[in-house]
Write a protein that binds this ligand. Sequence first.
Ligand code: NAD
Length: 293
Amino acid sequence: MEILDGKIVSQAVKEELRLQTAQWISEGNRAPHLAAILVGNNGASETYVASKVKTCQEIGYKSTLIRLEENIEETILVAAIEQLNADSTVDGILVQLPLPKQINEEKIIGLINPDKDVDGFHPVSIGRMVQGLPAFIPATPYGIMLMLAHYKIPTSGKHAVVIGRSNIVGRPMSILLSQNTNPGNCTVTVCHSRTSNLKELCLQADIIVAALGKPGFLTADMVKENAVVIDVGITRVADPSKKSGFAIKGDVDFDSVAPHCSYITPVPGGVGLMTIGALMKNTFRAATQSKGN
Ligand code: NAD
């Protein structure tokens, strides 16, 4: 069994971007610029946005963080996005999800200029991805594809089971794995909360991507020998032994599943780190694309 190490792969992605960015700037261009909007004080969102801003600094991007109060009216957020859309010095815009209840997430995502949609959630980005056109790919599935590529994991002709069908993880993951690309060319089964024979399907899988948000859901009795297991889940579980008071748990029962796998991602230290790396790749793409490159 080999660990798919998000730290190593994301470091390689960041280093490549750092060099590309230095080159880009040396050619007389300004640094790529990512603008992040954070609404409210959700603890997990605060952590994610802080890591994104820190990673921008490491690579040499400019970043701007716009913080808005939890109870703002939707119009305030709309105005902030319109301003960033119109600002030619901003290449990428991300709105950290989830948003407070009074705000319509779908509407907000749809307002982002598709040329700056570095999260890849806009319908234009998703449409382009589905058609196999150059596109901003949602960062988590993109990060997983980068990881599969880094470890040269064979995917062609394999049966992949994706557990979860959300717009940000499961659905795009299933599309990417089925595309005629490398990695890709899998036969994909998408499982969700209404799937009746999930264990049976998982036992047929060469690759399992668990993205449902239920800690420890995937257990050893659901996994075929030598399967590749990708754990997307991130759930905060109360843990008084930790200083923070919680531990981060994945959707895979790592200790029981790992001995049966050829490859497995840990949580933390796996997919989460890749997500940020992929976001940074999308931001570089947005910056260079906006110059017509
Ligand atoms: P979501 O709640 O939007 O979707 C969950 C999906 O799981 C749904 O499609 C649902 O049908 C399916 N599901 C729920 N219960 C199920 C069951 N018992 N059997 C089969 N399918 C079931 O969640 P999401 O936004 O896709 O996120 C999933 C997990 O991934 C969460 O833990 C989230 O925190 C994590 N996440 C991690 C990253 C990362 O960078 N690692 C990024 C995004 C999300």
